[in-house]
Design a protein around this ligand. Structure first.
Ligand SMILES: O=c1ccn([C@H]2C[C@H](O)[C@@H](COP(=O)(O)OP(=O)(O)OP(=O)(O)O)O2)c(=O)[nH]1
Length: 145
């Protein structure tokens, strides 16, 4: 069980998985009135959710495909990273990538949060790295088809 504190402006419960095998839980806009985003405007939307994650687990904030397709809304820093030592309110940096103003309603499900294991590593400074087939090739070096 992960500990969750909820601050509630728009009447909601614990984050929920929409179906039995959804990867992420949806987070809702914790706002008291409608927000309108002008074209290409961005805003930090509070979720009312504070979470205590165990060490070794991060939460990733990802856009919802339906909102992207229907309204042209995305998340500017996707995937947003929620660190396991963060104790503040999770905020969502929404951006309107459409040419029309877009409404965000109180309680609207604005993003999804996926939990993932991460590794912390130690660095050692060296003069050269091992050779590989790819080497320094990247950015399309293997072609298109
Ligand atoms: O979409 C996001 C991204 C981050 N955070 C919170 C949780 C995260 O643990 C903290 C710091 O995020 P990040 O490391 O991405 O921010 P930073 O710009 O590097 O700021 P900081 O100097 O506070 O680490 O902000 C959110 O609420 N929503």
């Amino acid at each position: 069980m992960y500990k969750v504190k909820i601050v509630n402006k728009s009447n909601f419960n614990l984050p929920e998985y929409a179906t039995m095998h959804s990867s992420g839980v949806d987070l809702k806009a914790n706002i008291s009135s409608v927000i309108i985003l002008k074209p290409f405007e961005r805003k930090l939307i509070p979720t009312g959710i504070f979470i205590e994650l165990p060490e070794g687990i991060e939460a990733q904030i990802r856009p919802r495909s339906g909102l992207a397709l229907k309204k042209g809304i995305s998340i500017l820093n996707t995937p947003g990273t929620i660190d396991s030592d963060y104790r503040g309110e999770i905020g969502i940096i929404i951006i309107n990538l459409s040419n029309e103003p877009v409404k965000i309603e109180p309680g609207e499900r604005i993003c999804q949060m996926v939990f993932a294991e991460y590794k912390r590593i130690e660095f050692e400074q060296v003069e050269s790295l091992s050779s590989t087939e790819r080497g320094a090739g990247g950015f399309g070096s293997t072609g298109i088809k």
